[in-house]
Ligand binder design. Structure first.
Ligand SMILES: *[C@@H]1O[C@H](CO)[C@@H](O)[C@H](O)[C@H]1NC(C)=O
Ligand SMILES: *[C@@H]1O[C@H](CO)[C@@H](O)[C@H](O)[C@H]1NC(C)=O
Ligand SMILES: *[C@@H]1O[C@H](CO)[C@@H](O)[C@H](O)[C@H]1NC(C)=O
Ligand SMILES: *[C@@H]1O[C@H](CO)[C@@H](O)[C@H](O)[C@H]1NC(C)=O
Ligand SMILES: *[C@@H]1O[C@H](CO)[C@@H](O)[C@H](O)[C@H]1NC(C)=O
Ligand SMILES: *[C@@H]1O[C@H](CO)[C@@H](O)[C@H](O)[C@H]1NC(C)=O
Ligand SMILES: *[C@@H]1O[C@H](CO)[C@@H](O)[C@H](O)[C@H]1NC(C)=O
Length: 275
């Protein structure tokens, strides 16, 4: 087959140059912030294709909300971490369809023994217990006198001649005596809804984590942005930003008067380690 231009290779070359110069195709011109947010999904182990409001590991900070940084611990079997109110959590799964994180405190069980766990505190503007999917257990550490109601619920590895530790499944409504407050620590721990009858099941349920729903920040702005083929994120001033193929804007990709244009690439927050 003979190309139409083949007798004039130089002319056709010029033609191509001029044509592409005058009509730049968007794939050659797309803004890198737009490309980074559309391609740079978060992936770690079995958790794949995670987008806004999350960021971390190959997904730039400006593609997500500052409070939704995920870390992927590649040297620990791709364990995912998130920090909420200064506390580290292990993320076991992310369900973007219903905005749910399944997570647990970092090491709730060590050497087959419940760790001494802190109370969990969630900032309820962004993260909330997925109430019907969870239940609470109460751990009572180092109680100086025995609690007869919980005699079948001792924690052997935290019990010795002088003190006894117990667990209680809140839904069983076992009335606790006043003297639980003489135990060194009393903590409520959320676990998924499941029947817990044995100590082994207790340990398993603590490893299984609990469900937390998250609020997608500026969700309505983000949906408008995505509906106009944009990518959601934030600029350095914490303004919701829509990354369009020709650059970042406030608003959406069909409503972007020049004066709403957010400072370009150099003023965007680059990946930093937040304390
Ligand atoms: C965005 O993408 C460009 C080009 O692929 C890359 O060089 C840059 O490091 C990325 N920036 C961030 C913050 O990920
Ligand atoms: C957990 O919270 C309960 C109730 O607020 C409190 O009594 C207990 O001391 C707290 N435990 C820890 C370990 O902070
Ligand atoms: C969210 O969806 C997952 C799987 O799609 C399901 O297992 C989980 O129970 C759901 N959680 C909530 C809070 O809806
Ligand atoms: C579990 O305990 C926490 C903290 O005390 C409470 O906010 C939450 O509603 C409880 N969850 C259930 C399912 O009872
Ligand atoms: C029993 O355990 C408690 C709490 O860990 C500890 O303070 C205490 O010294 C232990 N007592 C004995 C006799 O081992
Ligand atoms: C984004 O969300 C925050 C917190 O909900 C709100 O204060 C702010 O006004 C929103 N930004 C815009 C542009 O709507
Ligand atoms: C884009 O923004 C304009 C102005 O706020 C709004 O009228 C329009 O509905 C938005 N487009 C979409 C698809 O949401």
């Amino acid at each position: 087959m003979c190309s139409y231009f083949s007798p004039y290779p130089f002319v056709s070359f010029l033609f191509i140059i001029i044509f592409f110069h005058d009509f730049p195709f968007s794939f050659g011109e797309d803004d890198y912030t737009f490309l980074n947010c559309s391609r740079g999904v978060f992936e770690c182990g079995d958790v794949k294709n995670i987008g806004y409001p999350f960021w971390g590991k190959g997904r730039a900070q400006y593609c997500g909300h500052p409070d939704f940084e995920l870390k992927c611990e590649e040297d620990e079997d791709d364990a995912i971490q998130i920090v909420i109110q200064g506390q580290n959590y292990r993320v076991l799964n992310i369900f973007e369809n219903n905005h749910t994180l399944r997570m647990r405190t970092m090491n709730p069980v060590k050497n087959n023994c419940p760790a001494r766990l802190p109370n969990i505190s969630l900032p309820n503007n962004l993260f909330n217990y997925a109430a019907p999917f969870n239940q609470n257990i109460t751990l009572l550490y180092d109680c100086p006198s025995s609690i007869p109601q919980l005699i079948g619920n001792t924690i052997p590895c935290l019990t010795n001649d002088t003190t006894t530790s117990y667990y209680s499944i809140d839904s069983q409504n076992i009335p606790l005596p006043r003297n639980v407050w003489s135990c060194s620590t009393v903590v409520k721990v959320p676990i998924l809804q499941a029947i817990v009858t044995t100590y082994t099941e207790l340990l398993q349920s603590m490893l299984g984590g609990f469900d937390v729903t998250y609020v997608v920040p500026n969700n309505s702005e983000c949906i408008q942005c995505e509906n106009t083929r944009g990518q959601c994120g934030y600029d350095r001033g914490m303004q919701p930003t829509c990354f369009c193929s020709d650059g970042p804007y406030q608003g959406n990709c069909t409503n972007k008067p020049p004066d709403t244009r957010v400072g370009h690439s150099s003023s965007l927050p680059m990946k930093t380690n937040r304390a």
